[in-house]
Every structure is written in structure tokens, then in C-alpha cells.
Design a protein around this ligand. Structure first.
Ligand SMILES: Nc1ncnc2c1ncn2[C@@H]1O[C@H](COP(=O)(O)OP(=O)(O)OP(=O)(O)O)[C@@H](O)[C@H]1O
Length: 261
């Protein structure tokens, strides 16, 4: 997909060291005697926004944690083999859980992301500005709404200024405008050269903002490719158990679930 390629100041620094892609091979994990990931292989390329979609319990969060090296997993992950400090410089991770336990100022919380990756406070300031959070910077993070907290945690991940970002359901709990803004931001980060992997339940937004989709069901990758190739009526019925209206709009591919099967 071709896009304009602006390089905003601050966050664009550090891209000089970016890698061409990350490789994950045969990731396999059993939990409670049951395989929750089976032989999952994929690449996350620099410059792409890769959407991870699949029904509840399919293994999206498990796959992201396994890819980050946060779960003991058989197989190979380019990230898991890195020491923790180097991993934080290489890839940022936004977990699905959104709990903020300490009443620290938003600016301080976001700065912790920069520090974890050995970056300066300028990266935290750039991340706050990019997520339009400057007005909340002095507020205690625990005194924000759920949606505001979600954006703060995404800002903390961005402050790592890492060439790769793995974000687990970053738009959960956001209002429609913030969902669109967040997906556009992730897609812009890819345009700037980062590799972004995002798990998401809104198939329409995934179709419009992701370059490539990975579809997971029962711990296995069942489809992979550009949204138009992957999101067929057959796949939506087989994997998601839905009927959907699929149409081309000026904004791109539109997928509207109409009926649960
Ligand atoms: N600690 C655990 N012990 C045993 N099974 C687990 C554990 N955590 C998750 N699972 C199981 O692993 C499977 C994958 O879970 P995962 O959270 O990765 O799914 P998901 O695709 O992210 O789902 P959702 O869309 O609901 O967030 C599910 O069947 C879940 O019940």
C-alpha cells in the first residue's frame, strides 16, 4: 500500500536503527493441557500495519504475549531472544489489560515508557502531543476515564520510540472518533517505517486501516493477506459465525456484520 510518508519530529528519531522485519516461527503453547497456540508462524514487516483478528478466545492476546517473549512458548521469536532492555528498545507492547494502579501524573507515567527503552523525556513529550494528551499531562493517571487511560497507556508505549509496536486491542473502550484517530495513528506509524501489529475486533476498521490481516482461530492461523483478499463472506461465516454486508465505499472497504449465524 502506498502512503504519504511524513516524519514528525521526536518520534521519528530512532528509526535510523530500524530492522526490516521480525520473524516468528512455529510458536506453540499449551495451557491447562490444551493447545492455545499451534505452530504459528508469521513476519511483522517494517512499514506495515498488520491486523490480528479472530473471535473471542482464538488466541490473539496469547500470540502477542508469546511474540513478545512474555510467555514460555515453543518455537522462535526474534523478540523473545533479546534481553529485556534491548527488547524494550526494539518493540513496544500495549497489553490488553488497562489497569493503572498508581496515582502518578500522566506525564510521569508516559516518561516511564521512554526510560524503559533508554530514551529521553523528549520522546515522552512527543508521544503526549501525538495523542493529544497535553491537557491531561499533570492529572493523576488514576483519575482519568477508562478511554483516557487507554490513550495514556498507548502514549507510554509510543514513548519507547521503538521500531515495532504490538498493540493488543488498543481501541477497546474508545469512542468512535478516538477509535478512528487511533487506527489512523497506527497506520501513520507504519507509514513512517515502523512495524505495527494490532489486534482488533472491529473488522471494518481493520479492513480500512491495516495493510495485511492475520486471522487466528482456535490457536491457528487460518488466513493471511490483504484485507480484500482475506475478508470474504465465506471466511466471515466460517471463522466469525457472522453474515456481513461487504461493500466498497469512498473511505475504503466496509464490513458491516448483519447477523450472527
Ligand atoms: N491462564 C490461562 N490458563 C488456561 N487457559 C487460558 C489462560 N489464558 C487464556 N487461556 C485460554 O487461551 C485461549 C486464548 O485466549 P486469548 O486471551 O489469547 O484469546 P483472545 O483471542 O485474545 O480472546 P479475546 O478476543 O476474548 O480477548 C482461550 O481459550 C482462553 O480460555
Amino acid at each position: 500500500m502506498s502512503r504519504a510518508a511524513p516524519h514528525p519530529q521526536g518520534l521519528a528519531q530512532g528509526l535510523a536503527q530500524r530492522q526490516p522485519g521480525l520473524h516468528f516461527e512455529a510458536l506453540t503453547l499449551k495451557r491447562a493441557g490444551r493447545a492455545v497456540l499451534e505452530n504459528v508462524s508469521f513476519d511483522l514487516r517494517a512499514g506495515e500495519c498488520l491486523g490480528l483478528i479472530g473471535p473471542n478466545g482464538a488466541g490473539k492476546s496469547t500470540l502477542m504475549r508469546a511474540a513478545m517473549g512474555l510467555l514460555p512458548t515453543a518455537g522462535h521469536s526474534d523478540l523473545a531472544r533479546l534481553p529485556v532492555g534491548a527488547r524494550a528498545r526494539h518493540a513496544a507492547f500495549l497489553p490488553q489489560g488497562r489497569e493503572i494502579a498508581w496515582p502518578v501524573a500522566v506525564a510521569h507515567l508516559v516518561e516511564l515508557g521512554a526510560r524503559a527503552a533508554g530514551r529521553g523525556p523528549d520522546r515522552a513529550a512527543a508521544a503526549l502531543a501525538r495523542l493529544d494528551l497535553a491537557a491531561l499531562a499533570a492529572r493523576p493517571a488514576t483519575a482519568l476515564s477508562g478511554g483516557e487511560q487507554a490513550r495514556v497507556l498507548l502514549a507510554r508505549a509510543l514513548a519507547q520510540d521503538a521500531p515495532y509496536l504490538l498493540a493488543d486491542e488498543p481501541i477497546a473502550g474508545l469512542d468512535p472518533a478516538q477509535q478512528i484517530r487511533t487506527m489512523r495513528l497506527l497506520s501513520d506509524l507504519a507509514t513512517e517505517g515502523r512495524g505495527v501489529m494490532v489486534s482488533i475486533h472491529d473488522i471494518g476498521l481493520a479492513a480500512r486501516h491495516c495493510d495485511r490481516l492475520l486471522v487466528i482461530a482456535a490457536g491457528r492461523i487460518v488466513a493471511e493477506g490483504p484485507p480484500r483478499a482475506v475478508l470474504t463472506a465465506d471466511l466471515l461465516a466460517r471463522v466469525f459465525r457472522i453474515e456481513a454486508r461487504i461493500s466498497e465505499t469512498p473511505e475504503g472497504l466496509d464490513i458491516r456484520p448483519t447477523r450472527a449465524l
